[in-house]
Design a protein around this ligand. Structure first.
Ligand code: EPZ
Length: 422
């Protein structure tokens, strides 16, 4: 199994350019099914999840061309398969967006229930509640969700908990429903807005994305379009945290500053200098951290709160802050699997329920550590870059899922990181 060999203790310095947003790509690619015509999507990150999703769509009969520059041409009109198998879902849980897209386009879909993962049980009950509210008959047999609707009709849907996936999946199906759908308590993440913008480019009528009430007026017909997805808020935040954790000075290009307000605010609260600017065509963020940060407290919340996907890298950063930090993970039940690995590097962290108490130490020391999920892997890389001595980060296939060219980007910032094995 491939691993990263990292010699830590070197401040990251220089510039990095952020790739397209993984969580926008994973929703917009299936959304093309609703168009019933070919679409072109640009600025896709060349990450494992995008390649897996492209392959799933090919297996279903779509024609998908993806070039090395992140430009995908997809013709969904040749789809003949309407079942998302367990194999597909176990490779990529976000293939559940095919449920809303196929139900909206064809009036039927079958989706193997995605299991839980290392951060929690991750049910899709809100997705199913939304499809039923739109008039679909949804039954689960032998671990497969079957959804059928002669005609979808608009409905008022209140989400008991803010859910990115349910918000997007309901939006997809509602695009082709008769009448108007209102999603209340909707997720407001940047990628929810990006999906709504893409659907509107296809001729949908969606208003309010980015607020907690989204209105979708169903359309009989949607059409193909070309679209470039937004930069990745979580990749940008990961680089900001890595710059701060290594006491470096890094300019992060191709970002949308409002998407990074929570992470900028928390880094500044810890004493890190964060400034934003634009070079006339692009916004950038400059993170400059020369001294040891102060301890701070973090609560993960739905956007615009502090993103749960940056909780794990932030834990690695706060492991060497001055004083005791407290982190409360409000979104997922079990998102602290990176903590035992950080403790092996000398961190002093205790987890009680959803709260991690971090007693800042002077420094971390290199060790052989193992990633358990995508963002835990990012946290371990941040820790290894900051630590004194050599680390081996294993299970880096998790990291390949969500960070494009991570090793090259980090090396360009002066990191001593080498991938061993494929
Ligand atoms: C999306 O997951 C992201 N994944 C996650 O990013 C991200 O952490 C999460 O949103 C929160 O921002 C993609 O976009 C592909 P939720 P999602 O529905 O949609 C519970 C990464 O690292 N819930 O907002 O699955 C759920 O268990 C990944 O890039 C239900 O109970 O998240 C969780 O506790 C990790 N029933 C909470 O709601 C449901 O039907 C929020 O989940 C749906 C969700």
């Amino acid at each position: 199994m491939a691993y990263y060999e990292i010699n830590g203790g070197r401040p990251l310095e220089g510039q990095v350019t952020i790739s397209g947003a993984k969580n926008a790509a994973l929703a917009i690619i299936p959304a093309t099914i609703l168009a019933g015509e070919p679409c072109v999507i640009e600025n896709l990150p060349m990450i494992e999840d995008v390649h897996v999703l492209a392959e799933i769509l090919r297996l279903m009969g779509a024609s998908v061309d993806l070039n090395d520059n992140g430009c995908m041409r997809i013709d969904p009109t040749t789809i003949t398969e309407f079942e998302v198998t367990f194999d597909m879902v176990s490779q990529l849980r976000a293939s559940y967006y095919l449920l809303g897209a196929m139900l909206g386009r064809y009036g039927h879909a079958a989706l193997a229930l995605p299991g839980g993962c290392s951060i929690g049980p991750r049910p899709i009950d809100f997705h199913i509640k939304g499809m039923r509210a739109l008039g679909a008959e949804v039954v689960t047999r032998n671990g497969i969700v079957y959804a059928d609707a002669k005609a979808l009709r608009g409905a008022d849907i209140y989400l008991d908990m803010v859910s990115v996936g349910a918000t997007i999946n309901i939006m997809l199906a509602a695009c082709r429903a008769d009448g108007t759908t209102v999603i209340a308590n909707a997720a407001k993440e940047p990628h929810v807005v990006d999906v709504a913008n893409f659907l509107n480019m296809m001729g949908a009528s969606i208003k309010g994305a980015g607020t907690d009430v989204i209105r979708i007026r169903g359309r009989k017909q949607l059409h193909g379009c070309s679209y470039a997805i937004i930069p990745d808020q979580i990749e940008a935040g990961t680089f900001m945290i890595a710059a701060a954790a290594t006491r470096g000075s890094v300019v992060i290009n191709n970002i949308i500053p409002t998407h990074l307000e929570a992470i900028s605010a928390k880094l500044m609260e810890s004493g890190v200098r964060v400034t934003e600017g634009d070079d006339g065509s692009d916004f950038f963020m400059h993170v400059d951290a020369s001294c040891r940060p102060r301890a701070i407290n973090i609560k993960t919340l739905p956007y615009p709160g502090f993103p749960t996907d940056l909780q794990q890298p932030m834990t690695a950063f706060l492991a060497t802050a001055q004083g005791n930090s407290f982190i409360v993970e409000n979104i997922f039940e079990d998102r602290y699997n990176h903590v035992p690995e950080l403790v092996r590097m000398g961190a002093k962290i205790t987890v009680t329920g959803r709260t991690a108490m971090i007693e800042g130490v002077e420094k971390l020391y290199g060790a052989t550590i193992t990633a358990t999920d995508l963002r835990a892997g990012a946290a371990l890389i941040v820790a290894a870059l900051a630590a004194e001595g050599e680390s081996k980060v294993r299970n880096i296939h998790y990291i390949d899922r969500g960070y494009e060219h991570l090793e090259q980007k980090m090396r360009a910032l002066g990191a001593d990181i080498v991938r061993i094995g494929r």
